[in-house]
Structures are given as structure tokens and as C-alpha cells.
Design a protein around this ligand. Sequence first.
Ligand SMILES: [Fe+2]
Ligand SMILES: [Fe+2]
Length: 367
Amino acid sequence: MNASTEFTNATPVDSPLRKHVVTETTEMAAETTLLDPRFYTTDFDEMDRIDVTPVRAEWDRLIGQMKADPNRKHFKKNEAWDDIDWDGMEPELKKEMIDFLVSSLTAEFSGCVLYKEMKRRGSNPDICELFSYMSRDEARHAGFINDALREAGIGVNLGFLTKAKKYTYFKPKFIYYATYLSEKIGYARYITIYRHLEQNPDKMIHPIFKWFEQWCNDEFSHGEAFALLMRTDPKLTSGRNKLWIKFFLIAVYSVMCVRDHQRPAFHKALGIDIAEYDREVLRKTSEISKQVFPLTIDLDNPRWERGLTKLRAAFADMDTAKQRGGIGGFFGKIFAGARVGKNFAGLYLIPSKKNRVPESSHLVPAY
Ligand SMILES: [Fe+2]
Ligand SMILES: [Fe+2]
């Protein structure tokens, strides 16, 4: 049975059909592939030993701002929240809109779980305070998206997700690189969509986008916090670690591009050209990342976009092989997987651009 096509908002709460769809969506969020938002765990004791003394003045300013909690009342529906006719929505768009919400929810909630765990395990007052504010924000973000999903008749069981999702262990320094970048790219994505819809209000396909402007300021501050954490120890952004930084830049950038291209109907409805949008988001993220990283990716090098296109094709073939199954699918997956690796290596080999990191990492959301 294809439940999602027969499921409507009028389906009774206790019906097996509704339960089936809810389970399916939770499974969708729990699935871990190379591309999906992951759940992380790390060496919390090492993180607890961070000494923020070298960045104390900027630290206190940022913490003061988070403590003031400017978005305290933001994540509530009000009269700007229009009703969405989920049942009348074109099925492909509905599927991709839900996929967008579920993957955003998983990313927000994954931050929430990681930050909360750090706060719970730590004893360093600076670190615990920071992570309590960040987990507070991410819990709000995840809850708000889950509310939106519930209106579509589905919702993700977050308690279940915490248990069911596989956790990837990352050393603290990898958490800094990956999380810093996801916070900043999250900011760049949300603000770019928001600004686009400001110019094109007729493309507002869902009210959640109206909340993105203030929302993305939270992500911006979270990124600021990780920039400061990295600045407490110059070793984190020098020497061999530069190779890791380059790796994470390419991984985060390319995964975003691959994922976005998997939602053509969603972007078409928003009036967004995916390639153009990705270019813009990467340009903003790359510019912001100069606050802390000693190198940037040469996004203007023609090899960059060519490589991304090939990488996308390899991922698409891997997906097709996975769906085909059987022996043909198995080998198809291996070949496509090898192409993913080869094209990723091709992107890695493009010379990066040196960046002289400024005296202070402090930035304000300016886009
Ligand atoms: Fe968030
Ligand atoms: Fe965040």
C-alpha cells in the first residue's frame, strides 16, 4: 500500500494508516546515509577542558547576547502563519516539501542532542553555559518544524529518533569544523531563501519561511561560538589541520549541492534556480568562514562546478542502483560509489585559496 497517497488530514488519529505514515516519517528521519544530517557524539571530557581565556572579551559579549535571548518569543505561530492545503498540494511538491522539513528537523535536532549532552556531561561553567543556550535554541527550532509537520498530518517522534539514529563519533576538532560550517551554512541558506521570498512574496509556499530571518540569527551566533572555540587554540587551524579543514569545507559544500538537486519540485515552486541558489549560499558561507579558517575553496575555479556536477551524477547513479537491488544493483552501487570517491578527490585536488585570518573573529549577520 502506498500510504502517503491515500493519507489525508482527515485520517483519524488512531487509525493504522496514520500510525503507518508517522512511523514512515520517523524512519525517514532516522535513516543515516552519506548525505543525511547525522547525529554526533564526541570526547566530551576533552571539550570540557577548553579554556576560553584567550578569547574572553569576545566570549563574554557573545554569551551575554545569547543569555538575553532575543528570539525568546519568536518561535510561536501568529496571524502570519497561513493555513496550508496539504491535501491539495501537487504530490511531488508535497513529498519534497516534507523531505525538506524532515531533513531540516533532523539537522536542528541533531544539534540539540549534541549540545545538550555536552551541557549535561560538562563541568566547565563557560562551556556548559554556551551549550545550554545552544541546545535551548535548537530544541525550539526542531519543535517549530515538527509542529509544521504535524499540520501535514505527520510528525517525527523525537524521543524515538534520539534512540534509533546512529551516532557518528567525531574527535572534538572535527566537531568544531563540521558544526561551525553547518551553523554558518544554515544561516546562509535560511537568509538566502528569506531574502528571495521578500522579493517574490507570491512564491511563499509555506509560512515557515517567514520565520527564517530571526531564526537564522540563532544559527549565526552558534557559528560565532564555534569560531571562538577554535580560536582558543591556534593549532586547530594550522599545520596538518588545514588539510582537515579543506576536507570538511568540500564535504559540507558538496553534500548541500547534491541534496538540493534532489528537490527540483520544491525549488521550482519557490522560484529558486538550484545552481544559482547554491552558488550564492556557498559564496556567503565562504566569505563568513574567513573569520576563522586559513583557507577557502576556489569556488570560481571551473573545475569546482564541473566536479560538483559529476559528483551529483555519481550520487544519482548510486541511488538508482540501490533502488534496483539484486546483483546488478550491488555492482552498480560499488561502481557509482567509486565514482563518488574519485570525484570528491578531484574536488579536493583543486588548489585552495589562502586566507589571512583577521585579529578578531567577530562578525554580525549582514546578508
Ligand atoms: Fe537551529
Ligand atoms: Fe544552530
